[in-house]
Design a protein. Structure first.
Length: 356
């Protein structure tokens, strides 16, 4: 293979994992160490990225790309997360993803109760549609890139006034860790410790965000943390092949993926089961652990069955700007993307988690 052909192949693989446009991925790959094409961030950088990823994935229901991010560009010491335009909340309303991101990330205090948002997160600058974030007493750097026209200054000012009126002190401009944040860490030591054990995982997944679209047949992806385990639930509609082995192969690729191994697995998508009741949701569950660490686990729940939530899913995703070629693959127009009444209760159990 010629050097130009190899570079293009590497760029396509980079694009598959990060979602970057091909021209950008090609430029990035030129001269990069091909043994470690996607960098890992140092501890504080991983902490910031993991906390932001976990909270960005919470509270929305539908968005144009799985988990609301079109692509991520990263270096060892920084990352740029490109936000979708809007999300549809569980009550059906459409909400700018920039506003959703600030609601989830900005730290504010409930005196005597807890700190909401990311403890220690600070806003350090605005550059057009870019919001620059860091953690107190660190050099880590995360950029949220909104769509053109995003007015971060107005969004921040609106939230500052709102929180002050509610007597919930805004903390994102304080130069040091506040007493509210110190008390939060002290009052929830086990939760804090468990989540820090997942920092490496959240950061690594954020930097490979595109595989939830490019290597998955799921049209709906939800994520949440329980204890020391990060759970992802991926729904593929009946009639589309559940290709979880493709996703796992990319996720655990020895060069591009994560250093994971499968600790336990239970698979219920055998062909004979596919012929059963069309209202029944099958689930294949994989528990994965780091090959060299004891802390933090990943559980993947690949679900195969009727559409979740309410009907018209393809229409909702198209209205939010989901790529049509992707919709044609995961939710073709003939697909049964309407949940039957008997599925409503089952679908509702995940409605409080972030989804597609």
């Amino acid at each position: 293979m010629t050097s130009g052909g190899r570079l293009e192949k590497l760029a396509r693989t980079q694009q598959l994992y990060t979602g970057e446009p091909f021209a950008v991925a090609k430029k990035v790959m030129r001269g990069r160490d091909n043994r470690h094409p996607i960098h890992s961030g140092p501890l504080q950088q991983a902490h910031l990225e993991a906390e932001a990823f976990a909270k960005l994935c919470s509270g929305g229901q539908w968005w144009a790309h799985p988990l609301g991010l079109s692509h991520v560009q990263s270096t060892t010491k920084s990352a740029v997360a490109h936000l979708d335009s809007h999300t549809t909340l569980s009550n059906g309303t459409s909400y700018a993803l920039s506003g959703h991101a600030l609601d989830q990330l900005l730290p504010s205090a409930e005196p005597g109760v807890q700190v909401n948002g990311v403890v220690g997160l600070r806003v350090v600058g605005i550059d057009g549609s870019d919001l620059h974030l860091t953690l107190v007493d660190s050099e880590c750097h995360l950029v949220l890139r909104g769509i053109p026209g995003t007015d971060w200054a107005e969004e921040l000012d609106e939230r500052r006034l709102r929180y002050e009126k509610a007597e919930a002190p805004p903390l994102w401009q304080q130069p040091k860790l506040t007493t509210f944040e110190e008390e939060h860490i002290r009052d929830y030591p086990e939760t804090w410790k468990a989540e820090r054990g997942l920092d490496w995982l959240g950061s690594a997944l954020l930097r490979r965000i595109a595989i939830f679209q490019t290597a998955s047949t799921a049209y709906s992806t939800r994520s949440w943390i329980t204890g020391d385990e990060w759970i992802f639930e991926l729904d593929t509609v009946r009639g589309i092949r559940l290709e979880h082995e493709v996703f796992l192969r990319h996720l655990m690729d020895p060069v591009w993926g994560l250093p994971l191994h499968i600790e336990r697995q239970y698979c219920s998508c055998r062909p004979e089961q596919e012929l059963g009741d069309s209202t029944y949701t099958l689930q294949c569950t994989y528990d994965l652990l780091h090959r060299g660490m004891n802390s933090g686990g990943l559980q993947l729940r690949f679900r195969h069955g009727p559409g979740v939530y309410t009907g018209g899913t393809r229409i909702k995703l198209a209205e939010l700007g989901a790529p049509i070629r992707w919709l044609d693959r995961v939710l073709p127009e003939h697909s049964p993307d309407v949940a039957s009444p008997s599925d409503a209760s089952g679908a509702a159990r995940s409605s409080d988690e972030g989804s597609h």
